[in-house]
Design a protein around this ligand. Structure first.
Ligand code: SER
Length: 864
């Protein structure tokens, strides 16, 4: 049975039994689920259904889900069956059938669909745990007995084996696993299922999802008893294709073969071949789901995978670029089942090549450094940090290479260095926001009847207060119908008011909390109180809502214009849509050129002027995809989706739950404020629209007019005027030479008093001619009328001397010409001048200090 056949056998079986077939969710979990970085199980995209936050499209579902398990990166290639990326088949019941039903389906498909012999199949069940307050799972034992599994092939196991948690918090429950006994030739006669042995292979996990675990590890029953099962498709292929390892199955053989073809070393290591096969699949699927390499979170997982693959490629002696070859094979083997791989091929290749090129540059040097350290038998934290920081080695990779050489790395020390670096660049690592579960609890706790959102159609709604509660000094309200948009998809919550029918109460809406499709309002009472059952009018702040709508539609236009201008690799990486502005993060490597930025802005404004209608419609996810609608990576979409299109939809179609203007002309004007980098490979644009844009342009106008007036020119002449001023200032500074104010002050400060006359006699470095005369004059000016300044300087092997005397000093007999003569003689030269100012030259710079002393003595003599 090929992997494709296994997948189809499973899904078709459950479809036949009234399960709705679901497309795989993204590897990037829904924004709703902060508990995991990447989707690790089939139930993750369905979590909101299990928790009762959203209604499922059907009570019975089946899917083949893309999964990624980061902790297994180190195991890949070492064991026979570990992978990072894999497919998980599952059937799910949301409050429909429970243990008995799940066991019956599993047994039927195992025997009749996959053809296992009943005597080879074993089941494990939860033995119970007093600490958890749960006894042995008799119900599951009964169910297995009822389909004909003898009691001796039902094995009790502890929570570590037979209790499954979807995350630290959230849905969980006891489980029952199916094992295939491959025969005693694979192990020992007394082997049992439950452990990792080669004889018993686990192939299916049936989770009886019935609890919700909170932060204190307390279990509370979920609204429904649910079923979540998981069968690893690739492990199933090992069994059904009767091969030894997962890498010998049909999805992997072509990838292993490619490695052998590319390798140039005499004996390519299996481990490297397997790592390349696994990691190339992982990176291809991660990029297709919108992950880009970076140093944080899932971007780091991807980067680590890529760099480890590149390093193992080098170990196989593969030179030059080779990852694109692997991507091609992944597309060949997986593209039929996952069309997104073909759709995203350009993007996948772009990132793969970028990483190969970027890391390829430092890999050799880093390896040389690492090998050097290892040959000395140590690798301290500083070296590991340098490898990370300068050469881009993921620390896990460094540790792995070091371990192979029998050297341990100081991981704690490395972590300290990383923390220090983070502190240095503080602000880079932002908080991830609180757990959404708290909000969900609050919203559901108010009332289980969901609020109907009517805010697409109306901004004012006459409705009823369904529930009110106080928490931490805040008031929360649930309305039967609400026109207020709850923050989501980047768009902020609406502001507004609630007023009681009788006019005896009024409240301001401070926040709108979202829990799936449901919501609650945080309100601040202005007058009176709000009571359950009260009739009220809820009114959205129109001005703010319109500004938000204009910014939201503009965000779609910006997205479209960026793709037109820069290419289809541009995809949304985040957004903020508020009444004040819009912010759009997107995947792109380089700063936009001025021309690109202008082109994007022009294109958006052309669409605004085109006054295109903006329409939203409900459609199926498949239909929306077929129409080329853009879906936000990581966002979870139900089967029925809301699609927003502009004009004929040819340039902008997006899946979106936000509020929009009715036609583009309502936006008025779009002005890009800034374009910059927000994270590795992510650019950020901020823009404003409508009145805010007009206000900004008016402010710019006023600033320009003010500048023109100050420069005594016209606005159009401002740049020329400033350029001219700058040139003038530069020339002035140059002409001043050493005569700048600082030097003057410094020299003046050296003055000594000689009989009531302030005398400066000093040497200055490298100032000659006119500059020296000017400087001396300035220093003398600083000293006042009763001052004398004597400055000497050695320039080009000669001496220049200048003396300046103030009127008071001259009146007391000090003559500059006479003083300079005395001094000049000492340095073997001569000169002269007026009483107030005189210059001289000399040939002996070594005597400059003596000359200055002589000048001082001459001044003293003249005063006496
Ligand atoms: N969620 C369970 C698992 O991942 C069963 O689907 O094993």
């Amino acid at each position: 049975m090929t992997s494709d056949e296994i997948r189809e056998t499973f899904l078709a079986f459950f479809e036949k039994h009234a399960h709705k077939r679901q497309r795989s969710g993204s590897l990037v979990p829904a924004a709703f689920d902060p508990s995991v970085l990447l989707t690790t199980a089939g139930m993750h995209p369905l979590k909101a259904y299990f928790m009762g936050l959203e209604a499922p499209p059907a009570p019975r579902l089946t899917s083949c889900q893309k999964c990624f398990r980061t902790p297994d990166i180190d195991n890949v290639g070492v064991t026979a069956r570990h992978l990072t990326f894999f497919e998980m088949l599952g059937n799910f019941s949301i409050g429909d059938y429970f243990k008995q039903g799940a066991v019956e389906f599993a047994w039927d498909l195992t025997l009749n669909g996959f053809g296992f012999k009943p005597e080879d199949v074993w089941a494990t069940v939860f033995e119970g745990d007093p600490a958890m307050g749960i006894g042995p799972d008799e119900e599951a034992i009964e169910a297995w007995l009822s389909v004909g599994v003898p009691r001796e092939r039902i094995v009790l196991c502890p929570a570590s084996e037979n209790f499954w948690w979807s995350g630290e918090t959230g849905p969980c429950g006891p489980c029952s696993e199916l094992y295939l006994d491959r025969g005693v030739e694979w192990g020992e006669p007394d082997d049992l299922p439950g452990g990792e042995n080669e004889r018993f292979l686990e192939f299916w996990n049936l989770v009886f999802m019935q609890f919700d675990q909170d932060e204190q590890k307390q279990l509370t029953p979920l609204p429904n008893q649910n079923i979540d099962t998981g069968m690893g498709l690739n492990r199933m292929a090992v069994i059904l294709q009767d091969v030894e390892t997962i890498f010998d199955t049909d999805q992997f053989l072509p990838l292993i073969a490619l490695g052998r073809e590319l390798a140039t070393v005499a004996e390519p290591e299996d481990r490297s071949l397997r790592i390349l096969a696994d990691h190339s699949r992982g990176m291809t699927f991660l990029i297709a789901d919108g992950v880009v390499p970076s140093n944080e979170d899932r971007g780091y997982v991807l980067r680590r995978l890529m760099r480890r693959a590149i390093q193992h490629g080098r170990r196989l002696g593969i030179t030059g670029s080779f990852l694109p070859r692997y991507v091609d094979v992944v597309l060949d083997t997986m593209g039929a089942a996952y069309p997104e791989l073909h759709a995203e091929k350009d993007r996948i290749l772009k990132w793969v090549l970028a990483e190969e090129e970027g890391f390829g540059r430092t890999l050799e040097q880093g390896m040389a450094l690492l090998t050097d350290h290892l040959s000395k038998g140590t690798l301290d934290a500083a070296a590991a940090f340098q490898l990370h920081d300068t050469f881009g080695f993921p620390v896990e990779m460094t540790i792995e290479v070091a371990e192979e050489a029998g050297v341990t790395v100081d991981e704690a020390g490395f972590k300290t260095l990383m923390d220090e670096q983070r502190l240095r660049s503080a602000g880079g690592v932002g908080g991830k926001g609180g757990r959404v579960g708290g909000t969900a609890d609050l919203v559901r706790g108010l009332s289980t009847e969901p609020t109907t959102f009517v805010g697409y159609e109306s901004l004012e709604q006459h409705t009823t207060v369904a529930a009110v509660t106080e928490r931490d000094g805040k008031t929360f309200v649930k309305l039967a119908e609400s026109p207020f948009y709850a923050q989501g998809g980047g768009q902020v919550s609406d502001a507004g008011t609630i007023a009681c029918d009788g006019g005896d109460c009024e409240a301001r809406v401070a926040d709108v909390l979202r829990a799936g499709d449901d919501q609650a309002l945080e309100v601040e009472l202005v007058t009176g109180t709000l009571k359950e059952g009260e009739r009220v009018t809820a009114t959205v702040d129109r001005t703010a809502r319109h500004a938000i709508a204009a910014n939201h539609t503009a965000t779609h236009l910006l997205h479209a214009a960026l793709r037109q201008t820069l290419g289809d690799h541009v995809s949304q990486a985040g957004s903020y849509v508020g009444p004040d502005k819009l912010r759009f993060d997107f995947n792109h490597t380089q700063r936009l050129t001025d021309a690109e930025r202008a082109q994007v802005e022009d294109q958006i404004n052309a669409w605004v002027l085109g006054n295109h209608p903006v329409r939203s419609m409900s459609t199926t996810l498949d239909e929306a995809r077929a129409l080329g609608a853009m879906a936000l990576f990581g966002e979870k979409y139900g089967d029925v989706v809301r699609m927003v299109e502009v004009g004929d939809g040819s340039f902008s179609r997006e899946l979106c739950g936000g509020t929009h203007v009715r036609s583009t002309a309502e936006i008025g004007l779009v002005k890009i404020l800034s374009e910059g980098s927000s994270a590795a490979n992510v650019r950020r644009i901020e823009a404003i629209t409508g009145p805010a844009a007009v206000t900004l342009l008016r402010e710019h106008d006023a600033a320009l007019s003010g500048a023109a007036t100050a420069l005594r020119t016209q606005p159009a002449g401002v740049v020329d005027a400033i350029t001219a001023l700058q040139a003038k200032a530069k020339a002035a500074a140059k002409a001043g030479g050493g005569t700048d104010a600082g030097t003057v002050d410094r020299l003046a400060a050296t003055a000594t008093d000689t009989d009531g006359i302030a005398v400066v006699a000093a040497s200055v470095d490298g100032v000659g001619g006119k500059d020296l005369a000017e400087l001396t004059d300035h220093v003398r000016g600083k000293l006042g009328d009763d001052g004398v300044a004597v400055l000497g300087s050695a320039v080009d092997g000669k001496v220049a001397l200048v003396v300046a005397a103030g009127p008071g000093a001259i009146a007391r007999g000090v003559k500059a010409g006479a003083v300079v003569k005395v001094a000049a003689q000492v340095v073997g030269g001569g000169g002269g001048g007026k009483d107030s100012m005189a210059q001289a030259g000399g040939r002996d710079p070594g005597k400059l200090a003596d000359a200055l002393d002589a000048a001082r003595a001459a001044i003293q003599a003249a005063l006496a």
